[in-house]
Design a protein around this ligand. Structure first.
Ligand code: NAD
Length: 391
């Protein structure tokens, strides 16, 4: 089996080590960014591949080819995986789709919201029908950090379970079991990409807590970075609850419109945190207590930049720049199509767009000047929901 990994960062290092370790897989790497391909070539010569330090011990995986050119590494691939931040999905898809073979599987780890629309849109612009299978994982299965670029990566932990969507639905159970086996992570199939995106709690937690921590910030540097999750106050927990209830109202509308489809993967954040972190939560008597007493969050701080006199919030961090345009704004766009009001989500987007110097919402509608840089369904024309929800 030939698998091509697109990307050169933490996730790409991990995938190349874990997949390239297997005898039955030929791993290739598409790394067009800067001089990453060259750095990878020099780096992998050191150990003969990428060395992953995992809790179970070291794993060495050898890529058979590394290239900055898509025509070197995409043709003939059975599976192509984008292991990249969402803001480079589009440019990567435009580079690789001309070379991808019909019936190949193309996916993203993680997909974020609106991934399938973006893939379909690139096919459309290239005048090709989407003759492939698309998959998306809700999150990256590993917490991982590059130790030495092109040489070694630390795999700090593996998720117990990860949601996945597959389009079209033909043979999807077989695809999910193959991918589970290859990645070594139990994958749970959700109904479709709409459910996968709406169920992603990162879009609630990350922008919601950033709002809670910093919406009243007066510009004075913090002496130390505040705790992100465990530093949450009660009003912020209420804010997350309200955002989550608005997403459940979207689910309710989808259940009315598409009753034959299964929307149960879209859960309330309180249910999600108890289900995901049950044993790490010391006191689960309220949503607020679930966050502040969750030992898995111990010591994790807000994204900050050092300045004279302390630290200031980093509003360019992915908690806003990824979770807003490829998360919350997409959800807001789905709500707009369905006629579901989202006053709390709007409040958070309006605050975040100001901090990011962007404009998504204008006069209560998603028609701000920066909408084109998001994956809101409004970008993909009439019938965007029907493109994802198979009848
Ligand atoms: P990363 O920051 O390591 O990825 C950086 C890579 O992206 C670069 O090495 C380059 O290959 C590519 N890139 C960056 N800018 C580019 C540009 N302008 N043009 C082309 N390519 C460019 O990211 P990561 O840690 O590998 O994470 C990938 C995704 O997984 C992100 O969405 C991240 O939020 C998510 N995630 C990561 C972790 C983790 O532990 N690393 C955990 C959960 C989720």
């Amino acid at each position: 089996m030939h698998i091509t990994i697109c990307g050169g960062g933490n996730a790409a290092h991990t995938l190349v080590a874990l997949l390239g370790h297997r005898e039955d897989i030929h791993v290739r790497v598409f790394a067009p960014y800067g001089n990453e391909a060259e750095q990878w070539r020099l780096g992998t010569a050191h150990h003969g591949g990428i060395l992953a330090h995992t809790p179970q011990g070291p794993v060495l995986g050898r890529p058979v080819r590394i290239s900055p050119y898509p025509d070197d590494v995409i043709p003939g691939a059975d599976i192509v995986i984008l292991a990249l931040p969402a803001f480079v999905h589009r440019v990567t898809l435009e580079a690789i789709i001309p070379y991808i073979r019909p019936q190949a599987w193309l996916g993203a780890l993680p997909a974020r919201n609106g991934f399938l629309w973006e893939v379909q849109d690139v096919f459309k612009h290239l005048g090709r029908k989407p003759d492939i299978t698309v998959f998306g994982l809700q999150t990256l299965p590993w917490a991982c950090r590059v130790r030495v670029f092109g040489q070694e990566v630390d795999v700090l932990g593996t998720k117990e379970i990860v949601d996945i969507a597959v389009w079209p639905s033909t043979h999807r159970e077989g695809i999910v079991s193959t991918l589970s086996h290859l990645l070594g992570v139990p994958l749970v199939l959700v109904e479709n990409f709409l459910a996968l995106g709406l169920a992603d709690v990162g879009q609630i937690i990350h922008p919601g807590i950033m709002y809670g921590l910093f919406h009243q910030w007066d510009g004075t540097p913090f002496i130390d970075p505040p705790l992100f999750y465990q530093g949450m106050d009660e009003p912020t927990a209420h804010l997350l609850d309200a955002m989550s209830n608005e997403i459940l109202a979207i689910r309710g509308e989808l259940e009315q419109r598409y009753p034959q489809r299964d929307w149960r993967a879209i859960r309330h954040i309180g249910e999600w945190i108890r289900r995901t972190y049950g044993r790490s939560i010391q006191d689960d008597s309220s949503l607020h207590r679930c966050f502040v007493t969750n030992t898995s969050y111990r010591g994790l701080t807000a994204p900050m930049k050092p300045v004279d006199g302390g630290f200031v919030p980093d509003f360019r961090a992915r908690y806003l720049t990824e979770d807003v345009p490829y998360g919350l704004v997409v959800t807001r766009g789905i709500a707009e199509i369905l006629g579901v009001p989202t006053p709390t989500i709007d409040k958070v987007i309006l605050w975040a767009q100001g901090k990011m110097h962007k404009e998504y919402l204008r006069d209560g509608k998603l028609n701000g000047k920066d909408l084109q840089s998001t994956r809101a369904p409004q970008r993909y024309g009439e019938g965007a929901l029907e493109m994802v929800v198979e009848r």
